[in-house]
Design a protein around this ligand. Structure first.
Ligand code: AMP
Length: 213
């Protein structure tokens, strides 16, 4: 079963995806983390990302498919951050179809803009491991020195505004488009991690029942 997890920046997609992976054994594909690693050696990509713009579709999808082919990974994936546009979704749909799988479920974690800005302002990256923490809601473990954590350039106010505008403009349109093919569940993301996780587990378990029919 493949799942797309949607939600504006800071909606807790990463946290919830990791919990679902632990529970159901899904693989997690986080486009932002994947691209940040690539950007270490691709200066132009780094500039695009730091400004809050999207990496061009063709460039991104060619890296993505090469990665999934290399990992032989086509099913039981949680996609986070991809697809982000209708074009990317159409591409993914055709590509997965060739592998005889599909997107089975889409889940949208909803939080309002004020909450997004608050959460992203407190978000920190561990440059050593690439892990993301939140100084308010998701502190690092005790063996990680908080002073070594940094704020991502694209979590700074100007870039955040651009990323949020892109999310609303493109991704919301995409979510509407996906409804034709796949069940889409909207979940209130402004609750405790545990409550949200319990809702998501219920949604996935229900979808798994239909998968077996
Ligand atoms: P994120 O951590 O998901 O907000 O992604 C960080 C940055 O990576 C975005 O602002 C984009 O520049 C780039 N990025 C992530 N996913 C995609 C995608 N699906 N298509 C194009 N660019 C992306």
């Amino acid at each position: 079963m493949n799942i797309i997890l949607f939600g504006p920046q800071g909606s807790g997609k990463g946290t919830q995806a990791r919990l679902l992976c632990d529970k159901f054994g899904f693989s997690y594909f986080e486009s932002g983390a994947y691209l940040r690693k690539l950007a270490d050696t691709h200066e132009e990509m780094k500039l695009i990302m730091n400004s809050g713009k999207l990496v061009p579709d063709e460039e991104f999808t060619s890296y993505l498919t090469a990665y999934l082919d290399q990992e032989n990974l086509y099913d039981d994936i949680i996609f986070d951050g991809f697809p982000r546009t209708l074009e990317q979704y159409k591409f993914l749909k055709v590509w997965l179809n060739q592998k005889q799988v599909k997107i089975n479920l889409a889940i949208v974690l909803e939080i309002n803009e004020e909450e997004t800005l608050k959460r992203l302002g407190a978000r920190r990256l561990d440059p050593k491991t690439g892990k993301i923490y939140n100084l308010v809601t998701d502190l690092p473990p005790s063996d990680v020195d908080i002073n070594t954590l940094v704020q991502r350039d694209d979590d700074k106010p100007e870039a955040i505004k651009k990323r949020l505008a892109l999310y609303h403009e493109r991704t919301e349109t995409l979510i509407e488009g996906i409804k034709k093919d796949t069940n889409v569940f909207r979940v209130n993301g402004e609750r405790s991690i545990e409550d949200i996780h319990n809702d998501l587990v219920g949604i996935v378990e229900e979808a798994k029942k239909y998968e077996q029919i």
